[in-house]
Design a protein around this ligand. Structure first.
Ligand SMILES: CC(C)(COP(=O)(O)OP(=O)(O)OC[C@H]1O[C@@H](n2cnc3c(N)ncnc32)[C@H](O)[C@@H]1OP(=O)(O)O)[C@@H](O)C(=O)NCCC(=O)NCCS
Length: 171
């Protein structure tokens, strides 16, 4: 398959007027809000983020939560994969976080998500923990969390990845 870069891409910060757009995106791709991470409910439509459009179509987003000196990636998803869009979103997010004085970024992904584990580790993140049974427990809050994920792997656990950011230069 020939891989080509997409044309007509716009990446911009999420705005208040994007709430319904994100709710629709989450409904189509994540069974709707809330997202359950480590048995906590998150509402991506209410959080800051970066959105990527091809023409009028939303084709990806990176949604995060600011947690004092850290930022947690809540959603990173693109609908047109393997074209460099996820990398571009992550780079902009990391640059913005460092400029804002953020010291650490982290995220949780599920045990079946081998693509994400590869993606993040190849981009400087390290494994930093595992919440055994977190997805199993999360189904009590959101029964639509699938039982079986990528590659036919049962979805049970959450894997924590993190990256420590360089200290902000004061020069
Ligand atoms: C994880 C995810 C965000 C990655 O996004 P993506 O846009 O496909 O990522 P990229 O295209 O930047 O990089 C993916 C691979 O494609 C390759 N690639 C990037 N641009 C390319 C191009 N123009 N031609 C060929 N290959 C390319 C990269 O080298 C990379 O490979 P690597 O991991 O071996 O380095 C995406 O797979 C996704 O949306 N997954 C579902 C949601 C999810 O699981 N999110 C993570 C948990 S929060």
């Amino acid at each position: 398959m020939t891989k080509t870069r997409l044309h007509d891409l716009l990446i911009r910060p999420k705005q208040a007027a994007d709430t319904a757009l994100i709710q629709t995106f989450m409904a189509e791709r994540w069974g709707g809000e809330p997202l359950i991470i480590d048995c906590q409910c998150y509402y991506p439509s209410t959080l800051p983020g970066l959105l990527v459009f091809q023409g009028p179509a939303l084709i990806g987003c990176l949604i995060y939560e600011v947690q004092h000196a850290a930022r947690e990636i809540i959603v990173l998803e693109v609908t047109k994969k393997q074209l460099g869009i996820g990398t571009e979103l992550l780079q902009i997010f990391l640059r913005d976080a460092a400029e804002a004085g953020c010291q650490r970024v982290h995220l949780m992904t599920t045990n079946d998500n081998l693509d994400a584990l590869r993606f993040y580790q190849r981009r400087g993140f390290s494994l930093s923990g595992i919440r055994v049974g977190a997805c199993t427990a999360g189904r009590q809050l959101k029964p639509s969390i699938p039982e079986i994920g990528d590659h036919g792997i049962p979805i049970r656990d959450e894997v924590l990845l993190e990256m420590v950011l360089p200290a902000k230069s004061t020069a």
